[in-house]
Ligand binder design. Structure first.
Ligand code: AMP
Length: 275
């Protein structure tokens, strides 16, 4: 990978990287499309990163279909697939981890304590292996974006992070590789996430400025579905992920949800613009 990226760079070309865990959908393809527009060479990585899963999570059953992914990558004009084996990334006696402290400790970090340490570590390894000029992430994983941006700033990576909007199914469900876990009934129930985010947007539009009131209405909406079990519903300042007392004119906030539908853990979010 080093030899290839050096050759590309000596040729004066810009590398766009799209890091993924595979089982590709239109969300991933939107990132690839953006990279194709901006970069000269697009590299997609597929790596189901063991260090970002806790022992009780779905590492072993995470959906995988490399043949299908390869066809999608070719059809969408991707130049290279980086598909390392876990033993190449985490060789025997591996010891080094990247920990982005504060921003990793809230929300997802509370429910998945080692998750962002695993994410920051693998993303850092990908940056070091590929030396991309542009790296594309989805707003679907809003806190991940904040963690990676902080890491890039702190560790002085010479690259640009480009954040792409959430791609949804026509009925509003945010696309996710994990959606295949949902039964037909759960698939319907899962719409409660996007529905409660829409409710938050509506309340803000109508003038509600107290986060707790918005959150409690979102929680009521989600709890109206029997198969749901909330991890968190939160509103944070979109810049620093701090929890506001009140929503202030001109600022941008994020409403975020993590919720189980049956056994499937889903996350979703939306920007709340106060104007
Ligand atoms: P994953 O394979 O789930 O690790 O996702 C790889 C990248 O695709 C991450 O940057 C995600 O945020 C992004 N992504 C996943 N789902 C979506 C979506 N529905 N819309 C936009 N980006 C997404």
């Amino acid at each position: 990978m080093h030899r290839l990226s050096t050759r590309i760079k000596i040729g004066g070309k810009k590398i766009g990287l799209v890091p993924t865990m595979g089982f590709l959908h239109y969300g991933h393809l939107s990132l690839i499309k953006k990279s194709k527009q901006q970069a000269d060479v697009t590299i997609v990585s597929i790596f189901v990163n063991p260090t970002q899963f806790s022992p009780t999570e779905d590492l072993d059953k995470y959906p995988r279909d490399l043949d299908r992914d390869k066809k999608l990558l070719s059809a969408n004009g991707v130049d290279y697939l980086f598909y390392p084996d876990a033993s190449e990334i985490y060789s025997h006696n591996y010891q080094t981890f990247v920990d982005v402290t504060n921003i990793s400790s809230t929300l997802e970090g509370k429910f998945r304590p080692a998750h962002f340490k695993g994410v920051a570590t693998i993303v850092s390894i990908l940056f070091n292996s590929i030396s991309p000029d542009y790296v594309y992430f989805g707003q679907k994983d809003a806190q991940q974006v904040a963690v990676i941006k902080q890491m890039v700033k702190d560790l002085k990576y010479n690259l640009k992070i480009i954040v792409c909007p959430i791609i949804r199914e026509t009925d509003g469900l945010a696309m996710s590789s994990r959606n295949v876990y949902l039964s037909d009934n759960e698939r319907k129930d899962a719409l409660v996430l996007s529905r409660s985010l829409k409710l938050a947007e509506k309340l803000v539009k109508e003038g509600e400025r107290i986060p707790d009131i918005i959150i409690s209405q979102m929680i009521n909406e989600i709890n109206s579905v029997d198969s749901s079990k909330i991890d968190y519903v939160e509103i944070v300042d979109a810049e620093n992920f701090l929890v506001p007392d009140n929503l202030i004119e001109g600022k941008r906030y994020l409403a975020l949800i993590a919720c189980r539908i049956g056994n499937t853990r889903l996350i979703d979010n939306t920007f709340l613009k106060v104007s």
